[in-house]
Design a protein around this ligand. Structure first.
Ligand code: DP6
Length: 393
């Protein structure tokens, strides 16, 4: 039989997710199993997404015999233990299909060539590893024509990066920590699609696009070993999960807002209680917290809430109908920043926040703003980052 010279390709885009109940701590670092359940909101891919093409061919053996990755135009290793585990699991599923049907091309034996690009800064605390692994897993699963459902794929993605398992779904997504030692029940599930609460919005204040100081992986390991507050947190999370799921299903923004901000503060307090302490928030982050508090106080209700991942960028969740009020309060601080609406809002400065220290802090510390909403899970696309000859485009 003539050897198979074809170039096989599949492409996908995958979203970022920002947790409102944080994953922080591993009960099994090898299998990447978490100490607690978590819950996140998948953000729209129009604003934040990873685009990945997975390709394989027997012809790649001649030039690049091993698997290769081009990330934002730079060659990166696909030999980290996490990538290896993910690729091995996907190949095993493909190989099973091939042994059941000998007519299938033996894609599982070909080197993989992956190209991936983000439309936002990598490792800036904007959950790039989540979108990255979700896109990688989905693209290879499509390339291999695997019949597995997203829940099964989320078990694989989890081993690449914990938060990635949630990026395989759109809307409001929980990651159940699971109890099994093999981790097969530690995967994501949809709490609600984006449609029941379409008014939810996210305003991201980018306070730093630099790579973070302490990686999440290293940081959470030290927290588990050294923080007493962490143990307290583990007791609080199950109740918060229940209340959060209820708040989302009931569209109860007041409860959603309270749990979100308290969760974020509890997570960052735990970081500070780690020895040596981990600081993800900076002065700009604190000004963002003050700004949200001031808005809520003036409104006499929760119009917005905030959360921070392992970095200083502030994610403000709010409901669309409150936008005019929020925009008026933040306009003086953020006007002229990339991503902030231009023009017609100039009349808003009369309704400003009135706290100059906060306004100046945000003005000097925020580099850009991303206004986005709740989005869907990975999307298969025909726009390939590797051409029909196997070359990056
Ligand atoms: C603060 O998923 O990046 O964003 O599993 O070690 O890759 P690894 O960690 P990662 O941690 C994310 C932590 C967080 C909270 C969250 O997204 O739930």
């Amino acid at each position: 039989m003539a050897s198979d010279q074809r170039i096989y390709r599949a492409s996908t885009t995958a979203p970022v997710n920002i947790a409102v109940i944080k994953y922080w701590g591993k009960r099994d670092p090898n299998l990447n199993l978490p100490t607690n359940d978590s819950l996140s909101i998948t953000l729209s891919q129009s604003d934040l997404r990873t685009h990945t093409t997975a390709s394989c061919s027997s012809t790649y053996r001649a030039s690049t015999p091993s698997d290769s990755l081009l990330l934002n135009g730079k060659t990166e290793p696909l030999t980290t233990p996490r990538s290896i585990v993910c690729l091995r699991s996907l190949r095993a599923l493909r190989s099973k299909l091939e042994s059941e049907n000998p007519e299938l091309p033996k894609l599982s034996t070909y080197p993989l060539r992956i190209a991936s690009s983000n439309n936002f800064p990598t490792a800036a605390g904007l959950a790039s590893s989540a979108a990255g692994f979700a896109a990688l897993i989905r693209a290879i699963a499509d390339l291999y024509e695997l019949p597995q459902d997203p829940r099964t794929l989320s078990v694989i993605a989890r081993q690449g990066s914990g938060s990635a398992c949630r990026s395989l779904f759109g809307g409001y997504v929980a990651w159940d920590a699971g109890v099994r030692e093999d981790g097969l029940d530690s995967c994501a599930r949809v709490v609600a699609s984006r449609s029941p609460w379409p008014e939810m919005r996210a305003l991201i204040l980018v306070a730093s696009a630099a790579q973070k100081d302490v990686s999440s992986t290293a940081g959470m390991q030290t927290t588990v070993k050294t923080s007493g507050l962490f143990r307290q947190r583990l007791e609080d999370v199950p109740r918060r999960m229940k209340e959060m799921e209820r708040a989302i299903l009931m569209r109860d923004f007041e409860t959603f807002a309270e749990i979100t901000r308290r969760e974020s503060n509890s997570f960052h307090a735990t970081c500070l209680d780690t020895d040596p302490p981990i600081f993800y928030l900076n002065e700009t982050s604190k000004m963002a917290i003050r700004a949200v508090e001031a808005m809520n106080k003036e409104a006499g209700m929760a119009v917005a809430t905030y959360t921070f991942d392992a970095g200083p960028n502030c994610v403000i969740y709010y409901l669309e109908m409150e936008w005019n009020f929020i925009a008026a309060k933040l306009h003086v601080a953020l006007k002229g920043k990339e991503g902030w609406p231009k023009g017609s809002m100039s009349d808003l400065s009369g309704l400003r926040m009135g706290n100059e220290r906060v306004e100046e802090g945000l003005n000097s510390g925020v580099s850009r703003v991303i206004m986005t909403s709740v989005g869907e899970g990975p999307i298969s696309v025909q726009d390939h980052l590797i051409d029909e000859h196997g070359k990056p485009v």
